[in-house]
Design a protein around this ligand. Structure first.
Ligand SMILES: N[C@@H](CCC(=O)N[C@@H](CS)C(=O)NCC(=O)O)C(=O)O
Length: 179
């Protein structure tokens, strides 16, 4: 495994030859290269026979797909917008006003989107199928990022406790230590 910083890898010819879009992560397994974090998770889970996937045929498969995509598409999107405008340098006052508008809108959007999570966690430790699945991993990533941006106050009590549980997992701690 090779870990790259967000900015430098955009100029690393070696990485761009793996993923011309320059986005992280990418997985190389033999002669196969896969982008998209959730596709990588599904691929690894299937390869190693993990029950982190809710398989077609299991009753909660539709909810699994919904929450799997909710993490990366719905929750992460406003956080990514904030990260992108946060990287802009040499700002004029007009640009700063635009950036502030994006930040404020993204924060609002995030707080609205988190309502679904708070609702879903009523009486549940995990999002679907009564067990830890890739849906929890997908949602755990934006929840982790949200803490880094000091937005943890946007979480309701159930989502806050859920975030703590996910971040305390030894597998998560291990992933953070090697990134
Ligand atoms: N949907 C993609 C998103 C990939 C992505 O945007 N990764 C971030 C790092 S977490 C990135 O490379 N950001 C830099 C950029 O967009 O230029 C995935 O899940 O793999």
């Amino acid at each position: 495994m090779k870990s790259l910083g967000v900015r430098p890898r955009l100029h690393e010819a070696e990485y761009l030859s793996v993923n011309p879009a320059g986005t992280l992560p990418a997985l190389i397994d033999g002669d196969r290269t896969i982008y998209e974090s959730l596709a990588i998770c599904e691929y690894l889970a299937a390869r190693h026979g993990s029950d982190l996937v809710v398989a077609p045929g299991e009753p909660e498969r539709p909810e699994y797909l919904q929450w799997l995509l909710y993490g990366e598409a719905t929750l992460q999107a406003p956080l990514s917008a904030m990260a992108r405008v946060g990287r802009i340098r040499n700002k004029t006052p007009e640009m700063q006003a635009g950036i502030d508008a994006v930040l404020s809108d993204s924060r609002h959007s995030l707080s609205m989107r988190l309502k679904l999570l708070e609702q879903r966690l009523e009486g549940r430790d995990f999002l679907v199928a009564g067990r830890m699945t890739l849906a929890d991993i997908s949602v755990g990533y934006p929840l982790f990022n949200l803490g880094k941006r000091d937005f943890a106050s946007l979480l309701g009590s159930r989502a806050a406790a859920y975030r703590e549980r996910l971040l305390a997992r030894p597998a998560f701690q291990c992933a953070v230590a090697i990134r």
